[in-house]
Design a protein. Sequence first.
Length: 417
Amino acid sequence: MSHESPLIQSLRTAVAAAPTDVPLRLHLAELLLGEGLSDAAVSEAAVALQHAPGDAGARALMVRAMEMPAPEAPQGPAAPAPTGFDWRAAEDQVKDAVPPRFVTSETPEAPVPVAGQGDPGDAAVWEVDTPGSVTLADVGGMQEIKDRLEAAFLAPMRNPELGRLYGKSLRGGLLMYGPPGCGKTFIARAVAGELGASFMSVSINDVLDMWMGNSERNMHEVFETARRQAPCVLFLDEVDALGAKRSRMHHGGMRNTVNQLLTELDGVDGANEGVFVLAATNVPWDVDIALRRPGRLDRTLLVLPPDAPAREAILRYHLRDRPIESVDLGKLVKVTEDLSGADLAHLCESASERALLDSTRTGTVRMINMKDLLAAAKEVRPSTDPWFASARNVAMFANEGGMYDELLAYLKRKRKL
């Protein structure tokens, strides 16, 4: 400190004797700043701020001292050129007394997403299948269903002139209902293949969104995509979830989604020309009645467990790549009445497991035989029974407008009433 003036040295002695005297320390800092000793002035101002954090004079002095340019380095061959004030060193020196001037977060806070303000490129891409090779010829049996589909969709499509003559539009909707596992989705794909139309399958997971208004927008985009791909079969899977009865809903957002579905089905100004809406449900009594209004899903089709020709085709399909011997399909078809398509697939899987387990126990690989299949048929119970138990009450006591007449006739024929 030999370069300091006698006055500064005297003040240092006074400050050391009275370290809490803030005005005296600031006076010392002013003198240091006047002598060009900015670093020393910063140190004194920092100590003053420790004793008086809110002192405006101390803060102002600190700023002036930190902004003063550094003194020129002594001349010499090894002296580096000055590069400006070292802010980081100054902040380290006074960090305990003065909070940092600039704070940079290491992990910037993510913006809160706002519905409707996303990047258009992030919009959901709806999967549309090109016309497939599966047609109604690949659906075994079920001739009555094929005839109904022919009248509803296929004949007008194949003969547009005849359709116009009879005023038959190429738009419309059909609701398929029945017990689970009976091939409603496969039939919808077969219709698309028969028409040579694109196929688009939509479920509730594709439409529902947590943000208000996005579910309705998704529903609109689904139909817009189908219209652009016309002719297109739009398959609404589990439509009881997408179009449940609004009277039972307690959430306004879901009611709005059902309203949007109704609007899209109406297809104002013929917008749905060439869009064939097929819907499937296991619980048609839970579907909003407005969906079945004429011009929407105005036709219904009961898809029952596969008949004998259909069961034979299904069994043949699921056994085609398995090692079998001496299988009497005719006998197997007779003992599998009332089983759904899914039940028949499970039967074939169970028979395969029996043969595989026996092969591992004996150490000799053997084929799947009729004994395995009949044993599996005894174990597999029709998964459709619980559905018919529920549907029977609805068909008997809530058959409004004769919607379930076909189901009643089937239950009488099977003596399940």
